[in-house]
Write a protein that binds this ligand. Structure first.
Ligand SMILES: *Cc1c(COP(=O)(O)O)cnc(C)c1O
Length: 242
């Protein structure tokens, strides 16, 4: 078999396996499969890999680096739903917002960044989904609003709901390595879910939960995730960035 066909078979198989385990978990916890969106995290992976999964019908892809996303969005099909999941810098909001088929920015942590995203969208672009990133583990190296700063989170969330070209979709977290590799309830996911409940009550809008990666997406679904971000389990190990 050619290298291309081998890669295609491999990616199909990985995606199907992830799909199947999501379906099983949804059945086990009594949630409809449609309640959980699967974002295939394609950072560092070539356009050809994304095209293969696109041809298999997959549409949601996640990227961490603005330049890489701009490059890929420029050549790949316009109905891909891109999710930006990397560290968000103020000075990158403008170029990000100019990607017409950017579906969501999952790492917003201030009203001023939300404003910049809103102001650089036009009426021709899709409404931009926003997740507020929450640092649920309290680790210094993790980005996001503090999980126990409820008032601040509410304030940013309220601001997002007022921007006409943005739609508040929910909260996002990464969580700690140790929680993600431990048995049982993940306390980072638990914090995110409780905070979302508070926001939902205060704002009266549904608040989704973007949580769960390769190592913990099944537990995340058990704990109510509406958006899982899976990279390595679909694409295999990423090349080391040099
Ligand atoms: C890279 C990344 C993922 C995917 O991680 P895997 O372990 O490869 O599934 C998910 N979310 C964020 C924020 C990431 O940076």
């Amino acid at each position: 078999m050619s290298k291309e066909i081998t890669r295609q078979a491999e990616l199909f198989q990985h995606l199907a396996a992830v799909e199947e385990s999501i379906v099983k978990e949804c059945v086990a916890v009594g949630r409809p499969r449609t309640a959980v969106n699967l974002v295939a995290v394609s950072k560092y992976m070539p356009e050809s890999d994304i095209q293969i999964l696109y041809d298999a019908g997959h549409r949601d892809f996640g990227e961490n680096y603005v330049q890489e996303l701009v490059r890929k969005a420029g050549t790949l099909p316009g109905d891909i739903r891109w999710h930006f999941i990397g560290a968000l810098q103020s000075n990158k909001c403008k170029v990000l917002a100019k990607i017409p088929n950017l579906s969501a920015v999952e790492t917003v942590d201030s009203a001023s960044k939300a404003q910049k995203l809103n102001d650089n969208r036009t009426d021709n672009d899709s409404i931009l989904g926003i997740f507020l990133q929450i640092n649920t583990s309290g680790e210094d190296q993790k980005s996001g609003l503090a999980w126990d700063a409820t008032e601040e989170v509410l304030e940013v969330a309220r601001a997002v709901t007022k921007f006409p070209r943005l739609q508040l979709r929910g909260l996002m977290t990464i969580g700690s390595f140790s929680e993600s590799h431990a048995e049982g309830v993940n306390s980072d996911f638990d914090r995110l879910s409780k905070l979302a409940t508070t926001l939902q009550t205060e704002l009266g809008v549904p608040i989704g939960l973007s949580m769960g990666m390769s190592s913990d997406f099944l537990e995340a679904i058990r704990q109510g995730s509406t958006n899982v971000r899976v990279g390595r389990t679909i694409f295999g190990n990423r090349p080391v960035k040099t």
